[in-house]
Design a protein around this ligand. Structure first.
Ligand code: HEM
Length: 506
């Protein structure tokens, strides 16, 4: 399995050993540059001036610094992919409810992920996919938890080092496979999920899309139809879809046959829900099914593992927090027999708060990616013409003392304490709750429908590790720092933690 992203630009340029060639390429690049700089600055809001390189390589400090200057105001940043308009938390409320024909998430995501080349787009099935995740998958959670636990126990037994005594382990790559394995059980069902080829494809599809986008962004838009042929990940994406199709084919065909039998009850997984939910013409369309499966894998596996890994780093760095959360897990899951009980993961309220606090500090740099389709005028008078690209400076909100008192301190019980204030607060500050100043799962009709599933997977994995292992940082090591590539923030993938197996008597 390889998840390495090679960000080198193509080193060999076809046909390029004479001066005319270089002059032609140079002129074309100059025209592209000049065209970009003639782009009208059509929104009446101040600019935060920063070099493009900062956007590419130091986006978090750029967002934090710009937010500290403008805070409750709309402002703009010139980024690699054009001007971005940054929306403060106090104006998110009036935008998040606007319909897709006015403010589009799909168009914004398609542009950002260059779907024309990467094919990363559910197309007209986007709403269906989100609805199946929000409704069917979330409603099946209680029944799914024992199956996910079975997958986690299996992968830990077969792939996690024994750790009889303290042993170094890179948690990130293990977490990736553990999350892929748990999610796969709910998405494609037990049979395909156990195939190594599926594990590999479902993990690496997102990596190929991401690497393709980063490489394609180095070409101006009009050069991309040619540039795509120099990006190997574009071919890899097509291969991933072909591999997925070959794996899904026998299962889908068998289910379609079985469904003709009266009284047939299909298994509880996304493959089945897609067969039932897709139009008659698309039920048996393997390409459509495979793309939707891989898009969902890409939206869910890395995001979930990123947070799971950051949580593990904080457990290793804070032994006292580890002990407190272990006690809670022991009480709810072992003493009260919670592994088998409905809703027991919801009872892990301290763990819930810890996960939310880890996400507050290590979560998204920006969120709420949208494109204006029809003109919008905000209540502060700012006019947003069609074509305007919007973002919310989430890293700024997360460290704003008005929203989160003493924001620079890591307080694992911050949200636990907030939840105890009233019944309303108890709902408001759960891990899965969203608000205008907490957009780590987005906002409005496109808010992440998989957050309940993600929350359960992370709670399950953390509880399992708390009860079965102790974890700490290697001698003299600091808590591993997140890495930032453009707007994406991810945990240090190579950091080692020390694990030691516990017995229930410890
Ligand atoms: C900690 C893990 C996760 C994080 C931080 C996360 C975050 C996000 C964010 C920020 C969005 C965009 C929301 C917006 O623009 O308003 C999103 C959308 C989405 N997420 Fe997640 N996600 C996670 C896990 C998952 C999982 C496990 C699934 C599937 C089971 C999932 C499925 C989706 C889908 C289908 C969308 C598109 C929704 C739409 O456009 O209507 N996500 N997610």
């Amino acid at each position: 399995m390889s998840t390495t992203i090679d960000l080198q630009l193509p080193s060999a340029v076809v046909g390029g050993k004479n001066l005319t060639y270089y002059v032609a390429v140079g002129s074309v690049l100059f025209l592209a540059w000049a065209w970009r700089n003639r782009n009208p600055r059509s929104v009446d809001a101040p600019f935060y001036e920063a070099p493009n390189l900062k956007w590419m390589f130091d986006a978090e400090s750029l967002i934090l610094d710009s937010y500290s200057k403008f805070r409750n105001k709309v402002y703009q940043i010139k980024a690699t992919e054009g001007v971005q308009v940054l929306i403060p938390a106090n104006l998110i409320g009036e935008l998040k409810g606007l319909p897709e024909e006015v403010l589009s998430s799909t168009e914004a995501v398609s542009e950002a992920l260059l779907t024309k080349y990467t094919h990363f787009c559910p197309g007209h099935n986007g709403d269906l996919l989100a609805t199946l995740v929000r409704k069917q998958l979330t409603q099946s959670l209680t029944r799914l938890v024992p199956q996910l636990k079975e997958e986690l126990e299996h992968i830990t037994a077969t792939e996690f080092p024994e750790c009889k005594d303290w042993a170094p382990v890179k948690f990130h790559p293990f977490g990736l496979r553990a999350v892929a394995r748990m999610s796969g059980r709910a998405f494609v069902g037990a049979e395909i999920n156990r195939r190594e080829q599926w594990m590999d494809t479902s993990i690496n599809f997102a990596t190929h899309v991401f690497a393709a986008v980063v490489k394609l962004q180095h070409y101006p838009p009009w050069l991309r139809p040619i540039g795509q042929h120099l990006v190997p990940e574009i071919r890899q994406i097509r291969r991933d879809i072909a591999v997925g199709e070959a794996l899904l084919r026998p299962v889908i065909l068998e289910r379609l046959r079985d469904m003709e039998e009266p009284g047939y009850e299909g298994p509880e997984d996304l493959t089945q829900w897609l067969i039932e939910g897709l139009s008659e013409g698309e039920k048996g369309d393997l390409y459509v099914q495979t793309k939707l499966q891989l898009i969902l894998a890409a939206a869910s596996i890395h995001t979930t593992n990123n947070l799971l890994t950051e949580c593990m780093y904080d457990l290793a760095a804070h032994p006292e927090v580890q002990e407190m959360l272990r006690e809670e897990a022991y009480q709810v899951l072992e003493v009260e027999g919670g592994w088998e009980k409905k809703e027991s993961l919801a009872k892990l309220k301290k763990l819930d708060s810890f996960m939310k606090e880890v996400q507050r500090i290590n979560g998204n740099i920006t969120s709420f990616i949208r494109k204006v389709v029809k003109p919008v005028t905000l209540s502060n008078g700012t006019h947003l013409p069609p074509g305007t690209k919007l973002l919310a400076p989430q890293a700024g909100f997360s460290r704003d003392a008005d929203y989160f008192p003493d924001p620079s301190s890591f307080d694992p019980l911050r949200f636990y304490d907030m939840r105890r204030k009233s019944a309303e607060d108890s709902n408001r500050w759960q891990f899965t709750s969203i608000s205008d100043s907490n957009l780590n799962f987005g906002a409005g009709r496109h808010a992440c429908p998989g957050r309940f599933f993600a929350g359960n997977e992370i709670k399950l994995a953390l509880s399992f590790f708390l009860l079965n292992y102790e974890v700490r940082l290697p001698e003299g090591a600091e808590r591993p720092r997140p890495m930032v590539i453009v707007m994406s923030k991810m945990p240090d993938m190579n950091a080692e933690l020390l694990f030691r197996r516990r017995t229930m008597m410890d």
